[in-house]
Design a protein around this ligand. Structure first.
Ligand SMILES: *[C@@H]1O[C@H](CO)[C@@H](O)[C@H](O)[C@H]1NC(C)=O
Length: 646
């Protein structure tokens, strides 16, 4: 019998169902059937294509399908394959949520219209095939968030427009992405997945800018029919003339908002902004004819470069970058505005761009919109304070740009990208994952960075505040650099509470407060993520009250004797000689995750315990035998060994 175990909430209905033995045997299938029939009811079916769908039979008997268009696996509905059936109407994902084993949805080559359905409701989906319909409009950036199993996404030959959603970039298992024949615009987001088996965005003729490095080995026909793209594998080198400038991306949008506000047309855009959830990126290519005409740099068919620079300059008049450090190379705002820009990522918090100045430094410009918690003077004071921090494990703030409606924070570009990509990103064949010694080195570096922040920013209750794997960057030697620290005082409180890691802590959930030990909790989760290779985000995104179900509880639910086989990330490679030290570190992490902060270790204790850890069990002198503090492995070619970039 292959029925799933019943959730507690259904117990009363079980009592009723017991009356009918037949029904209890097929409890799972019965709900599948009901959910599918509900799904069917929102379709417009021109012929009798789904005629055998009905409650008389269940959709599946073991691996055999009784209904047309259903794929079965052990009595459960595993796939829905309704292709070339002339279907219209709406794609009711809410009903499909009720089909617990559904992993494949194919509705290829039908007549569906309207926007992309809310596919992430079926979070465990592996394959989504919607090519060959008339779906249209912008796809919200977070549409695929947390769909950690998703391998195949086919949306080709529809009418989608706007930016390619950023959440696709974050899918660790994505192998096939087919977006050809739509109307996507702006730049290709910075895909990191190197193991793509199939990738096609051809004939989206409004895309422009450089092809991300990770895609440089794809077949050139994946990019055919797009004038504005440059860089390998195309035969068209990127020079600054075919890359959009920072000005066209960033400043125009400021100028645009101001111009539109001035002439009153801004209402369209602003009301759109307000409608979108706090976490949704406003697409660069705002969907209003007036806006498009005024937005020459982004998404327009042939960017009018002169005028985009012009508006950037207008805004820049009288404005300047404020440098917060003496020891780093300086540049003018005008250099920055002229720099060619490449989008690195855009999330809830703001977008970031890589900007390469001619003959100058390569920097990252991060754009924050919700940073008005304090007035201008106080903001500048705080930025200076952050600028004074100097430590090998902190990514230094170089400069900032202040405008009432948004702030730009400028840092140097870091070679290997973020830890989240190194841990969870798809690797090309033969490329090793971070091994135990590299991971221990990263954790020790983070600990040092945190200790420094605690000693230098004593007035902040939670000196980091936003510690997570995407805010740990790795330099060429795989030494970690913390980023986005010390921002709690300046971020709008409401926004901070929605988005910052500190506000997901047990003390905030239970008592509405953050404490000096809140960063310890975030650090604990981060260590667990590094040791298990599992994404913390999956658990945290469940939000308020969901923290009992976090990674720590999962680890605790497994007895310590099973940790070696079940908890540690297999990708760390051989770790036999280090198991004792790994177990110690796991215990430290669990102690950091203690939900009662009174009982939790404080930062100093945690750092001390971590510093005592050795790479190998019983290897007392492993670290002291090296002269320098920076791990010798890095100079011994760890970077060759781990030669995968972001
Ligand atoms: C991409 O799609 C285009 C248009 O359908 C096709 O001509 C091209 O061969 C495809 N390339 C790859 C690599 O799939």
């Amino acid at each position: 019998m292959a029925c799933p175990s019943l959730p507690p909430a259904t117990i009363p209905s079980v009592i009723l169902i017991v009356i009918s033995l037949e029904l209890i045997v097929c409890w799972g299938a019965h709900t599948d059937a009901e959910a599918l029939l509900k799904f069917k009811s929102s379709l417009e079916i021109s012929n009798d294509a789904l005629g055998d769908w009905g409650l008389e039979s269940s959709p599946c008997s073991e691996n055999k399908a009784n209904w047309v268009g259903i794929i079965c696996h052990k009595g459960h509905v595993w796939g829905l394959k309704l292709e070339n059936m002339g279907l219209k109407g709406s794609i009711d994902m809410e009903s499909l949520e009720g089909v617990p084993f559904l992993r494949i949805i194919s509705l290829k080559n039908n007549h569906f219209e309207g926007s992309l359905p809310d596919v992430k409701r079926v979070g465990a989906l592996k394959s989504l095939f919607l090519s060959g319909n008339q779906l249209s409009g912008n796809i919200p950036g977070d549409s695929f968030s947390n769909m950690m199993s998703l391998k195949k996404v086919h949306l080709a030959h529809n009418q989608f427009e706007g930016q390619i959603p950023w959440s696709l970039v974050e899918l660790p298992r994505l192998l096939e992405l087919r977006l050809e024949g739509n109307k996507f615009s702006a730049q290709i987001p910075n895909f990191q997945q190197k193991a793509f088996k199939s990738f096609n965005i051809s004939h989206n003729d409004q895309l422009h800018g450089p092809i991300p490095q990770a895609l440089s080995h794809m077949d050139p026909s994946s990019f055919s029919g797009i004038e504005g793209l440059c860089g390998p594998p195309l035969n068209k080198p990127c020079n600054t003339a075919n890359m959009p400038s920072i000005a066209s991306i960033i400043m125009v949008s400021i100028a645009l908002t101001q111009a539109l506000l001035a002439i009153g047309a801004g209402i369209v855009i602003l009301s759109r902004r307000n409608q979108s959830s706090s976490c949704e990126e406003v697409p660069a290519n705002v969907k209003s004819p007036g806006a498009r005409a005024l937005d020459p740099g982004v998404g327009a068919k042939s960017p009018d470069r002169a005028s985009s620079h012009g508006s950037g300059r207008r805004v820049a008049e009288g404005a300047k970058l404020s440098f917060v450090r003496e020891d780093l190379e300086k540049f003018d705002l005008s250099d920055l505005l002229k720099a060619s820009a490449q989008i690195l990522g855009s999330g809830c918090f703001g977008s970031s761009y890589k900007a390469a100045m001619t003959g100058g430094p390569v920097v990252v410009v991060k754009r924050f919109k919700q940073m008005n918690n304090v007035d201008k003077d106080e903001f500048q004071e705080h930025m200076k304070r952050i600028g004074r921090l100097k430590h090998p494990n902190l990514l230094p703030l170089v400069a900032y740009f202040y405008k009432k409606e948004e702030k730009l924070l400028i840092t140097n570009f870091v070679e290997k990208g973020s830890l989240v990509i190194q841990l969870h990103g798809q690797k090309a064949e033969g490329q090793p994952a971070l091994d135990w010694s590299a991971r221990l080195k990263i954790i020790k570096g983070i600990a040092k960075g945190l200790r420094y922040l605690y000693s230098e920013l004593p007035s902040l209750i939670t000196p980091h505040g936003h510690l997570k794997s995407s805010n740990v960057l790795l330099n060429a030697n795989y030494e970690p650099l913390l980023s986005d620290y010390g921002l709690i005082p300046v971020i709008n409180q409401e926004h901070a509470q929605d988005l910052m890691v500190a506000y997901r802590s047990p003390e905030y959930n239970q008592q509405g407060r953050i404490t000096k030990k809140t960063d310890v909790w975030s650090f604990g989760l981060l260590i667990l993520e590094i040791l298990t290779g599992k994404l913390v985000a999956n658990f945290l995104h469940q939000g308020k009250g969901g923290d009992e179900e976090d990674l720590a509880s999962w680890v605790k639910s497994i007895t310590a004797t099973e940790w070696n086989s079940q908890v540690f990330d297999k990708n760390m490679g051989p770790t036999k000689s280090s198991e004792g030290e790994m177990m110690k570190l796991l215990r430290i992490a669990l102690a950091c995750c203690e939900s009662d902060f009174e009982k939790r270790l404080d930062l100093r204790e945690v750092v001390e315990k971590i510093e005592e850890l050795k790479e190998k069990d019983g290897d007392e002198d492993f670290y002291s035998s090296y002269a320098s503090e920076s791990d010798i492995r890095s100079s011994r070619g760890l970077s060759d060994e781990l030669n995968f970039t972001m």
